[in-house]
Design a protein around this ligand. Structure first.
Ligand code: COS
Length: 382
């Protein structure tokens, strides 16, 4: 049977996340959007509230929340500030391969510290020449005795400069291409790691994005996740899970844009009446509400599949695509309905447009999502 009601615990969780977003994130969003400062103070509070370790299993001292619960929180936090939320989500992206494929010892050793003190993780897959074509990476991890030696570089790494732990994808058998890829847990303080330039981004300016270099980085062989050659599947299965969260972030951004628009158009008077009374405005707001609701349902459905251990690659890609497209469309329309004011930084809407754009790009562009969806929907062609 289908039940669309949140239970009492979920309602309480939603209220808690909404209050946090409203009190701590929204009032500081414009300040950190300038990009001069990293929102450490807000992140400390997010850590105290448990928002930075929601999905780490209880056994390792984390929140142990379900995917649906996490989606509910994600919508609220990105409604508060998508940039700050990205910092939290990027850690979660790096925790996921450890949760899915790590041994008990690896989880205990590498996940538990995140629940004890504020710290961040980063997922190191993308390279200059391996973006959408994730299987085309060049970073190598060559086994020498009881160690692997990693050489290569990663780019566009969220939390790159602030992370204490990286999950790094590298070729252990370069002759096999993507099938020779493996995944490693790499502590930041390992000699040979250096941080490259910090990117000056259009949006999500409250998040840290850098290059990360690995030069003769030696890690114990026990830091290999699962086994050699499974790296590509680990990356894909991770993204199958986390893409629904990007959809949830899209819902949060779209909802914020819709709410600002309702507030503004009810008070903005032109031709002798509030512009919300004009049919173009009210119909546009109706379309915004349709998109927010439809996107949320796709996100909840993908999360439900994940919680029930059912295949979700297509649905997670749908949630990511529709959620981020909704954020883009709704925020652009919100800007238009704000007229000249919408274009000014004094109003919060132009930031939402800039933030929405990245949701269509990271964790796999929406074109890659359509590739994933169409391959499954169309099936093999003879
Ligand atoms: N789960 C499990 N296995 C998967 C999988 C999934 N979701 N997707 C692919 N695989 C497996 C395939 O079954 C195949 O296995 P075999 O080698 O045994 O045949 C292997 O992985 C290669 O898959 P495929 O042929 O589909 O790879 P492609 O290179 O054609 O395409 C895409 C893979 C484009 C989907 C992938 O590279 C991708 O997602 N790119 C975007 C990367 C991304 O999101 N980057 C953002 C980084 S984080 S901000």
């Amino acid at each position: 049977m289908i039940d669309f009601t949140l239970n009492e615990e979920q309602k309480a969780l939603q209220a808690l996340a909404r209050e946090f977003a409203n009190k701590e994130m929204k009032p500081n969003a414009a300040k950190y959007d300038k990009g001069d400062e990293w929102p450490e103070e807000i992140m400390k509070k997010a850590f105290d509230a448990g928002f930075t370790t929601l999905e780490i299993p209880e056994e390792y001292n984390g929140g142990g929340l379900s995917h649906l619960d996490t989606a509910i929180v994600s919508e609220e936090l990105s409604w508060g500030c998508a940039g700050m939320f990205t910092t939290i989500m990027a850690s979660s992206l790096a925790f996921t391969p450890i949760i899915l494929f790590g041994s008990h010892e690896q989880k205990k050793k590498f996940l538990t510290p995140f629940t004890e003190k504020l710290s961040f993780a980063a997922f190191c897959l993308t390279e200059r020449e391996a973006g959408s074509d994730a299987g085309g990476l060049q970073t190598k991890a060559i086994r020498e005795g009881d160690e692997y030696v990693i050489n290569g570089s990663k780019c566009f790494i969220t939390n790159g400069g602030v992370a204490s732990l990286y999950v790094v994808f590298a070729l252990t058998d370069p002759s096999k291409g993507a099938r020779g890829m493996s995944a490693f847990i790499v502590p930041r303080d390992t000699p040979g790691i250096s941080i490259g330039k910090e990117e000056d981004k259009m949006g999500h300016r409250a998040s840290n994005t850098t290059e990360v270099y690995f030069e003769d980085v030696r890690i114990p062989a026990e830091n290999l996740l699962a086994k050699e050659g499974l790296g590509f599947v680990i990356a894909m299965k991770t993204l199958d899970q986390t893409r629904a969260s990007v959809g949830a972030a899209g819902v949060g951004v779209a909802r914020a844009a819709m709410e600002y628009t309702i507030e503004y158009t009810k008070t903005r008077r032109q031709f002798g009446k509030p512009i919300a009374l004009m049919q173009n405005t009210s119909f546009e707001i109706a379309d915004m509400a349709i998109k927010v609701n439809a996107a949320r349902h796709l996100v909840y459905h993908a999360a439900w599949l994940l919680d029930n251990d059912l295949p979700c690659g297509k649905e997670s890609a749908m949630a990511k695509t529709y959620g981020s497209d909704a954020a883009m469309e709704v925020s652009l329309e919100a800007l238009q309905l704000h007229g000249g004011y919408g274009y000014m930084k004094d109003y919060p809407v132009e930031k939402l447009v800039r933030d929405a754009k990245l949701l269509q790009i990271y964790e796999g562009t929406n074109q890659i999502q359509r590739l994933v969806i169409s391959r499954e929907v169309i099936g093999p062609i003879k």
